[in-house]
Design a protein around this ligand. Sequence first.
Ligand code: FMN
Length: 209
Amino acid sequence: MPKLLYLEASPRKERSHSSDVANEFMESYRESHPTDEIDVINVWDLDLPAVNGEMLNARYAIAHGQQITAEQEIAWKQVVEIFERFNSATKYLFSLPMWNFGVPYRLKHFIDVITQPGLAFNFSPESGYQGLVTGRPAAVVYARGGEYGIESGVEDMDFQKPYFDVWLKFIGFTDIRPVVVEPTMKGEEMVNLVKAFNRDHIRKIAQEV
Ligand SMILES: Cc1cc2nc3c(=O)[nH]c(=O)nc-3n(C[C@H](O)[C@H](O)[C@H](O)COP(=O)(O)O)c2cc1C
């Protein structure tokens, strides 16, 4: 059964521009795929385990086939549950704001929780890194207050889109369809123009995936 997972990274709910454009995708997706299962996760609503020393000890002990403590087992079980919910989809939609040139820390926390060897990727000295989340399309909505496109003169300050794109590829995605919503901080008129410009594009992606 096809399943869409929508991972939302803005905490601003109905005021969020990334969520607003992603909702356009969702509306179009529901029309074109009426029987598909849909799961929506806002990273700010998740109870994420700390990626601390104990968690990392568990990660390396498991990777080396060693025993883990009862406490580590509880923390690791939480990691596996969150990863399995993420990995259970056949298609993905992500929406994320730029925060201080990168991604919101809660999204980074989610990434640090689920990007585990044996779950999201494998490593061997012979073949290097191999992503395990393969064969699934991903649409990504990026919102930023400023403009960071080619020839903006500040392209090298964008650590949001390049970072997220590298992460998706690292864990195995190859079919990645980005939609950039910028600038969102130059007034309502500009935002409406930008959203109108992206509307057909995002609706088409939703129909195609
Ligand atoms: C904590 C914080 C940091 C931000 N940092 C940047 C930034 O570095 N560059 C930028 O262009 N906009 C920045 N912004 C503006 C947001 O990227 C912009 O408001 C965007 O629309 C947020 O996405 P959202 O509307 O989906 O929440 C920042 C906003 C916040 C709240």
